[in-house]
Design a protein around this ligand. Structure first.
Ligand SMILES: NC(=O)c1ccc[n+]([C@@H]2O[C@H](COP(=O)([O-])OP(=O)(O)OC[C@H]3O[C@@H](n4cnc5c(N)ncnc54)[C@H](O)[C@@H]3O)[C@@H](O)[C@H]2O)c1
Length: 326
């Protein structure tokens, strides 16, 4: 049975809300007519322009430049704002964990522990923790449901898995209203194309700069790619639905795509005739990801609505308009 609560007139914090998924989540939340949305982001990778549409569409959007890893400062924000729901998306991304495993894992863990503590101390009422499919590591069996063991390959993945375990512990020990949304690979407009960029913006940027496409490994590694607005839609349902409490739920397309196929789709959008170079495998690269999304369907009524062939077109069109060539 779906139990729906309304987000109308709620006060909602989105940490990392100036980032890729966070900014789309803010756009989706605005449609629910909350009282206010407070973005808490340190802009290490997030951008003010990601929230341009949101600022135009919604009067009560507060954007606060603050690290979520600093407990005292974040606590002040919560004291001042009177918060109902917190979505924790702030993160130091995977590639950063290959350069600085100590700093990035500590920061990711600090952020999730800080929001758990604020929940425990009564500063808000419901926490939605953004996990990652990276927490599973490479698939031992497919499709991967939420019972799949956690075998993180990279320090980033370990920090995400660790964060999930901390959230679960706060549920078991303190009986707090927490839920974990475990997204698989997201793509779409506004994904970071700068430092630590993922394969899609990186490939688009290379094509637009007249450089050759480079694939790490043989390209036969697979991912379950989900269009970012589908993830945002699922996240809104997490906020409304009380049956998610104490659970971890995959959010993905339920379709397995090889990196070679993905690159073919991007090449088509740019009519790219150049070379594709195969470089060394990225350390800790997951070989296979393919999600079982039956729990999301059952609990949230979730159905992914954007096919990769359509979503890549929208994404490439967006970068054509928005990515400067330099
Ligand atoms: N993008 C994906 O494919 C994907 C897949 C699975 C899970 N996720 C998860 O979804 C969430 C959002 O990911 P994203 O792709 O939008 O990443 P992103 O890098 O675009 O956004 C993360 C945001 O967090 C901010 N941030 C970093 N450190 C911070 C700190 N100390 N305090 C406050 N803000 C800080 C960054 O500036 C950025 O705006 C993350 O939790 C990530 O692990 C993403």
């Amino acid at each position: 049975m779906l139990k729906e609560l309304s987000l109308k007139n709620k006060s909602i914090v989105v940490t990392g809300g100036a980032g890729f998924i966070g900014s789309h989540l803010v756009d989706a939340l605005i449609k629910e007519e909350p009282e206010k949305i407070i973005v808490v982001c340190n802009f290490s990778l997030g951008k003010k322009e990601n929230l341009k549409e949101a600022e135009e569409n919604f009067q009560n959007l507060k954007i606060i430049n603050q690290s979520v890893a600093d407990y005292k400062s974040v606590k002040k924000i919560f004291e001042n704002e009177g918060v109902d729901i917190t979505y924790n998306l702030a993160v130091i991304p995977l590639p950063a964990s290959l350069e600085d495993p100590l700093g990035s894992t500590l920061e990711n863990l600090k952020m999730i522990i800080n929001v758990c503590e604020l929940l425990r101390k009564g500063f808000f009422k419901k926490l939605i923790n953004f996990s990652s499919s990276e927490a599973y590591g490479t698939a031992r069996k497919v499709p991967m449901n939420e019972e799949h063991p956690l075998n993180p390959e990279t320090p980033y993945a370990a920090s995400k898995a660790g964060g999930d375990l901390i959230v679960d512990s706060y549920f078991r020990t303190f009986k707090l209203p927490v839920a974990t949304l475990r997204p698989f690979n997201n793509y779409g407009p506004r994904q970071n194309a700068g430092k630590f960029a993922g394969i899609i913006p990186l490939t688009i940027k290379r094509i637009m700069n007249n450089e050759n496409i480079v694939i790490n490994g043989d390209g036969e590694q697979t991912r379950d790619f989900i269009f970012v607005t589908d993830t945002a839609k699922a996240a809104v349902e997490f906020g409304k639905n009380s049956n998610v409490i104490g659970k971890t739920i995959n959010v993905a397309s339920g379709r397995e795509i090889s990196i070679n196929y993905l690159i073919e789709l991007i090449k088509k959008e740019f009519n790219y005739k150049g070379e594709v170079t195969y470089g060394p495998e990225r350390p800790g690269d997951v070989r296979r990801h393919f999600a079982d999304i039956s729990l999301a369907k059952k609990i949230l009524g979730f159905e992914p609505s954007v096919k990769i062939e359509d979503g890549i077109k929208v994404t490439c069109d967006w970068y054509k308009k928005n990515l400067s060539k330099n």
